[in-house]
Design a binder for this molecule. Structure first.
Ligand SMILES: Cc1cc2nc3c(=O)[nH]c(=O)nc-3n(C[C@H](O)[C@H](O)[C@H](O)COP(=O)(O)OP(=O)(O)OC[C@H]3O[C@@H](n4cnc5c(N)ncnc54)[C@H](O)[C@@H]3O)c2cc1C
Length: 383
């Protein structure tokens, strides 16, 4: 048997790939093991703004660009300013994250960066087939996005899709202490669509128009909605666009874990690491990486026990309701944010709440459509 080129290969140097690499580099267990990160892009641009919440010091505190302790929730029925309690809501610019992790890995003897695009991973020869070369390893951690979830099946697929502008204004109109988690006062037709606003200073903010829908839309629609929001809700006549960000995040109960095999572990979005009902994955990634490392060190399959069936079931029911009755989004999120504390909401989204707490949150959202979705999902899982 030929000696493989690398012990591990991480395909993709994005969020999941670099968080995994960073965690591996902190652990003497992996000392002396050669690991390649294969990524086609330079990853120097700020292509994403990542936000996450935490209630204690975290690993990425040095990279936090801005933090908030309060949030606004707005709908046609209510306007609420909510305290985050023990939590802070933090923003990291992806460019800072890429630079910091790469700098750290460059100092190690274990890691090498390879600029290539992987076409496929052959599980028999255990080789990643790249456009420039082939690379062998004992195990692959693969963060290439996988489109299998888009195929028709028993699962539900929605998309969190958005466009955001970082705008600068002449007047000081933003309160930099309060971000807006969801503003439903302006919606696209009858869909689950809202604006998310992260004020960076008194005259600079990221304004993002977001959909949670089964359909995607044209570029012009985001532009129109952003412009309407800035004119009608922020009451601005002029502003400068400094940066733009766009994204499409799958919100699905597709069983991503089925793509894992003895030599390939899917990570990141393609591994199902994005929370299906929220689209958040920065903190989830950290938790999954930790579990994966513990699994490796215990000699079990890296992906063992990465998913909690109860929470997957809640996500699945919620997605089914939104897929069938997309018009209900505003009402459901209004109940979610007005009948529960932000601390409970964050713990629930982090899958840290108990069964009785989950029941309380699910009851706070109550709508007859949940009963229908519950039985639909139950029946389809038995088919
Ligand atoms: C614009 C945007 C904003 C987001 N904001 C938040 C947020 O605020 N909070 C949050 O928790 N989540 C957020 N998300 C969701 C999620 O955290 C991100 O999508 C996150 O980047 C997912 O991590 P990943 O590693 O799966 O994907 P990525 O970070 O995209 O990394 C995948 C990497 O694989 C590489 N790749 C692709 N194909 C190949 C190939 N064939 N060969 C080799 N490499 C390949 C890509 O170039 C990329 O670098 C956001 C998503 C987007 C798109």
């Amino acid at each position: 048997m030929l000696v493989p080129d690398y012990y591990y290969i991480i395909v993709g140097g994005g969020l999941a790939g670099l968080q995994l690499a960073s965690r591996i580099s902190n652990d003497v267990f992996f000392k002396g093991k050669k690991i390649a990160i294969i990524e086609p892009q330079a990853k120097i641009e700020n292509d994403k703004t990542w936000c996450f919440w935490q209630n204690s010091p975290g690993k990425w505190d040095d990279l936090i660009h801005k933090s908030w302790k309060k949030t606004g929730f707005f709908s046609s029925e209510t306007e609420e300013i909510l305290n985050l309690g023990d939590y802070t809501y933090n923003m990291i610019r992806s460019a800072d994250f890429y630079e910091s992790v790469k700098k750290k890995l460059d100092k190690t003897e274990e890691f090498v960066f390879i600029n290539d695009k992987i076409e496929k991973i052959d599980p028999v020869t255990r080789a990643a087939i790249g456009q420039k070369a082939n690379y062998t390893a004992t195990h692959f951690f693969d963060s290439r996005p996988d489109d299998h979830y888009k195929a028709k099946g028993k699962h539900t697929v929605l998309y969190q899709h958005f466009k955001g502008w970082i705008i600068e204004t002449q007047e000081n109109i933003f309160d930099p202490d309060i971000f807006t988690i969801m503003d439903f006062r302006l919606k696209y037709e009858d869909s689950t669509s809202f604006t998310y606003l992260l004020p960076l200073t008194r005259n600079k903010a990221l304004v993002e128009f977001t959909f949670f829908t089964p359909f995607l839309t044209k570029e012009e629609v985001y532009d129109e909605m952003l412009e309407k929001y800035i004119r009608q809700i922020l009451n601005l006549k002029t502003w400068e666009i400094r940066e733009t960000e766009t994204g499409i995040i799958p919100m699905t109960d597709y069983p991503f874990h089925k793509e894992n095999s003895a030599y390939i572990t899917k990570i990141g979005t393609g591994g199902g690491w994005v929370k299906a009902s929220s689209g958040y994955s920065f903190k989830t990634t950290e938790k999954k990486v930790e579990q994966l490392i513990q699994n490796i060190k215990s000699g079990v399959s890296p992906s063992q026990g990465l998913f909690n069936k109860d929470f997957a079931q809640y996500d699945s029911i919620f997605l089914d309701v939104l897929a069938r009755r997309n018009d209900l989004g505003e009402r459901l999120f209004t109940k979610f944010y007005t009948k529960n504390s932000m601390e409970d909401i964050f713990r629930f989204l982090d899958e840290e709440t108990s069964f009785s707490e989950n029941l309380k949150i699910m009851l706070s959202l109550y709508h007859p459509e949940f009963i229908k979705s519950f039985f639909r999902k139950l029946l389809s899982s038995r088919r």
